[in-house]
Ligand binder design. Structure first.
Ligand SMILES: N[C@@H](CCC(=O)N[C@@H](CS)C(=O)NCC(=O)O)C(=O)O
Length: 268
């Protein structure tokens, strides 16, 4: 059955429904499910994103450090309103604006006091733009920065689709200015350092949760949780299992409980 909404996500190793783990597309999947909206997923091979995005007339919303365009997913197309949107935050705002009565409110008013300070990312993030939900927009950028700063813990075990794995790995190596894929495998003491820094970053984030969670607002989920949840899906899928268990247990088990509480919105 066709649905008005088509959601473009990145194809990972088959079965893709079990391995998909790109954080920004995950924010969109969680948001679509949260809003109780039917949609059809199109899985795009990583090396085809530029072609697909361009064919949908979507400009890039990120740039590489050298200023060239970085074409990304998610994108949604909604034939009900003739709209195409190509940034996970814009998509969430669009869904709330267009379908206010479906599912629950993604953006209940709340203060989201979380700032993550780090040096410039190797690949710059999308800049915080004007939004009808400025508090959430700022939060999104800070959460992205916090997780991106520790993505080395995850990237080495990214479940590439074998059909395009070699090209994709070579591209990741090129972007990071490394010489070979194995350089992404951080181990031993160096890994422990990154983990400790990740634990601290999540500790800052844990402070904004009310009443011990599992959501930022306590017992009510909002897009703030889906932003964090999208990233948790990636780390869950890519960290060695023992490490993910550690992350789940940090800060009184808050992030494990959040991950579990979001399962109801995680249907692929
Ligand atoms: N600000 C954008 C960022 C999207 C983004 O960075 N997407 C990543 C996946 S999480 C991507 O498409 N990467 C493609 C690649 O690495 O080639 C959004 O929130 O949608």
């Amino acid at each position: 059955m066709s649905t008005p909404i088509t959601f473009y996500d990145i194809a990972t190793k088959p079965p893709v429904e079990k391995t998909c783990c790109s954080p920004n597309p995950w924010k969109t999947r969680l948001a679509l499910n949260f809003k109780n909206l039917p949609y059809t997923t199109k899985w795009v091979p990583l090396p085809d994103i530029t072609k697909v995005r361009t064919s949908l007339n979507m400009p890039a919303c990120r740039k590489f450090a050298d200023g060239t365009d970085f074409y990304t997913l998610p994108i949604i197309e909604d034939t009900a309103t003739n709209s195409t949107i190509g940034d996970s935050f814009d998509i969430a705002a669009y869904l709330q604006r267009t379908y206010p009565d479906s599912g629950a409110d993604l953006f209940p008013a709340q203060k989201l006091d979380y700032v993550f300070n780090c040096g410039p990312a190797a690949i710059p993030l999308t800049e915080c733009r004007e939004s009808e939900y400025p508090e959430y927009a700022k939060f999104n950028v800070n959460v992205d920065a916090a997780f991106t700063a520790h993505v080395l813990l995850a990237i080495g075990r990214f479940p590439f689709d074998p059909a395009t794995a070699e090209v994709s790995k070579a591209e990741f190596v090129r972007r990071a200015g490394l010489s070979r894929w194995e350089d992404f495998n951080v181990t031993g003491e160096a890994r422990e350092k990154v983990k400790e820094s990740f634990r601290e970053a999540l500790g800052g984030l844990a402070k904004i949760f009310k009443d011990g969670g599992p959501f930022v607002l306590g017992n009510r989920a909002s897009y703030a949780d889906l932003i964090i949840g999208g990233w948790l899906r990636m780390f869950h899928s890519t960290m060695p299992e023992g490490e993910w268990e550690e992350v789940r247990a940090w800060h009184g088990g808050l992030f494990g409980r959040l991950y579990d509480a979001l399962e109801v919105y995680a249907k692929v």
